[in-house]
Design a protein. Structure first.
Length: 612
């Protein structure tokens, strides 16, 4: 590769001419800015400082040696920067290397196991827009790590127990009238989710009526915060009401107790409703082409932490208070005291996560464990990781919280309890409908049969969703606008797909032409160089995305490459090239760009259509 070769040549010059040893990777070389002549730029300042030389003079000396030995075509010194022009033959060699490598950018086998935990839905509602971002981040991260040489396991924990699950169960018991997903034609997770929303609606009615009852008035009059208005007070008091006074709350808590005691009828209902939800989840996952290698269930894992707590007490990691609750002091790492077991012996989430992590190591012997969870849980994972370190686990230094910002719609935040969440299925259907309408108006798929048209539209629609979600750095909160995601002229998935489709069209038209470089092409232009420089950086982009667990690196790279190709396509003749050498070179260049675009999109879970 040109950049790596330059680094090694410059390292050799520094060693032989200046008696200075340096690792080639430490030599800073970047593409030359458009306003200057050259292809690559060497930043001379750090090298000149170590050798106590004037940067401009030092750059001139290095450039002269490289020019005289034929390594480079020419050079230009701009202050402390050495701008280098590459020999034409090196561009041809670079293209051949990229074109002939079917696994271009793939990393060497690492012999390390990485677990990526993502999705982790609740069985009282369908997957929604927030889950979509989570799932796409997790899936893309797993794909990138796999291509980088790691053995990856995709895992999830399904939250299938607790008071929220009992709310949907109780709601169906009270108002379901024996209906099922099959009898109503409603997808299983949506069916159960409707009853969760129904419970919250009925509970809100009950709560409003109670506020004006004698007991409600009595509670309000006894409030400690006298300056709170009635509306504000009762907004804050909602959870206390649920636990202390609500009839629906009492029934839901009683159902949870029955579940914990393995009451046969409660367990049977729980299994049946969860089964409906799992079928719904599977259908949504299939639409998004998401799969898991292993699934844990909270109904099993919530008990795992208790054994770990006892081990922690014996090792002096945890301590008991007078009420028999168990804690850990994390003040030595800048945090506070953390509860790990309640006084009644029940687990908290961090206990469960601790036990699950230890169980996973016994099962998978992983080197790294990545949790894809929203930034609302940043503190939780900081505490969890510190506790695991105190247990001196082998994977302690491989823990990472892939924290991401919440996703909103232009209309604002979503709320599950109020039924204002955008379900993943509805989102997918909306984008497919929009893509179908757009496709019909363009009329470019009319020659294809309905099955082929549907396949292409689905690839474009899902590409739009995935790219729009993944182009944003995980830590940034984002607003998802369905229509913007399909814009063929914007920074979108369809824009990148369109570049790939153009390439396939060119190659189909030229399928009789031999795509080789037997006739030397010696007039490499700026647009061709831009594409080659971008493609050369592809392995580095993958390494960065893998190191930082950041799929946006791949998404934005693919957009930049597609944009460069669109410019090349409009400004440089391909099929009407000036000679056979140029024709063959540009066909091979286009094919290589198409391969890199397709591979990049595969890494973020997007399929390329052959036509649009």
């Amino acid at each position: 590769m040109i950049k790596e070769d330059l680094q090694h040549h410059i390292a050799h010059v520094l060693r032989s001419a200046f008696d200075f040893n340096i690792n080639p990777d430490e030599i800073l070389i970047v593409p030359t800015k458009k306003e200057f002549e050259g292809d690559f730029t060497l930043t001379v300042f750090p090298l000149a400082g170590k050798l106590k030389k004037a940067p401009a003079i030092f750059a001139e000396e290095i450039g002269t040696i490289l020019k005289n030995n034929g390594t480079i075509k020419s050079f230009q010194v701009v202050k402390g920067f050495l701008n280098i022009a590459i020999n034409d033959v090196d561009w041809v060699t670079l293209l051949n290397k990229i074109s002939n490598n079917s696994e271009f950018g793939k990393g060497p086998t690492k012999n390390e196991v990485v677990l990526v935990e993502f999705c982790s839905p609740n069985t009282n509602k369908p997957l929604h827009l927030g889950h979509v971002r989570n799932m796409l981040l997790g899936d893309a991260t797993a794909r990138i790590l796999e291509y980088s040489g790691f053995e990856v396991k995709r895992i999830q924990v399904i939250n299938d127990r607790g008071i929220a699950i009992c709310k949907s169960m109780l709601s169906w018991q009270k108002w379901g009238n024996g209906d099922t997903p099959g009898s109503t034609g409603i997808k299983g997770d949506h069916f159960v989710g409707n009853y969760y929303v129904r419970f919250e609606a009925e509970f809100s009615k009950e709560y409003i009526q109670w506020q004006d009852s004698s007991r409600g008035i009595e509670v309000f009059d006894a409030r400690k915060e006298k300056e709170l208005s009635k509306a504000d007070f009762f907004k804050e008091y909602k959870n206390q009401y649920f636990n202390l006074f609500s009839l629906l709350g009492k029934e839901a808590r009683e159902m949870l107790l029955k579940w914990e005691k393995n009451d046969p009828s409660t367990i049977a209902l729980w299994k049946e409703m969860n089964h409906w939800v799992y079928e719904g989840f599977a259908a949504t996952n299939s639409k998004l082409n998401i799969s898991f290698d292993h699934t844990d269930y909270e109904s099993v894992t919530y008990l795992l932490g208790k054994k770990v707590v006892q081990q922690g007490i014996e090792k002096g990691i945890f301590y008991k208070k007078e009420d028999e609750s168990v804690w850990i002091d994390l003040s030595d790492v800048g945090m506070d005291q953390k509860l790990v077991l309640r006084s009644d012996g029940t687990s908290v989430y961090i206990t469960q996560d601790l036990g699950t992590a230890l169980m996973r190591y016994e099962q998978f012997k992983m080197n790294k464990l990545i949790y894809v969870v929203a930034d609302e849980q940043d503190y939780h994972f900081r505490a969890l990781f510190e506790i695991i370190k105190k247990f001196d686990q082998p994977y302690s230094n491989g823990l990472f919280h892939l924290s991401y910002g919440m996703v909103e719609l232009p209309e604002g935040k979503m709320k599950s309890r109020e039924g204002t969440v955008v379900d993943a299925d509805d989102l997918i259907d909306e984008i497919i409908s929009e893509a179908t309408t757009t496709s019909a108006s363009r009329g470019e798929l009319e020659m294809l049969n309905k099955v082929q048209q549907k396949d292409i539209v689905n690839k474009v629609a899902l590409g739009a969703i995935k790219f729009f979600m993944l182009r944003v750095h995980p830590k940034r909160r984002m607003v998802f606008n369905p229509k913007d995601s399909l814009d063929l002229q914007g920074q979108t998935g369809p824009y990148v797909q369109n570049a790939f489709v153009r390439i396939q069209s060119v190659l189909r038209k030229a399928e009789k032409a031999e795509i080789n470089v037997e006739e030397v092409y010696s007039s490499i232009n700026a647009e061709e160089k831009d594409l080659l420089i971008l493609m050369e950086s592809y392995p580095e982009v993958i390494r960065k995305a893998a190191d930082q667990y950041d799929p946006s690196e791949i998404a934005n790279y693919s957009y930049t490459l597609a944009k460069a190709f669109h410019k090349f396509y409009h400004e440089v003749p391909i099929l009407r090239a000036e000679n056979e050498g140029a024709l063959n070179f540009r066909l091979k260049l286009a094919r290589s760009v198409g391969n890199v675009l397709q591979r990049s999109f595969e890494l973020i879970g997007i399929e390329m259509p052959e036509k649009m």
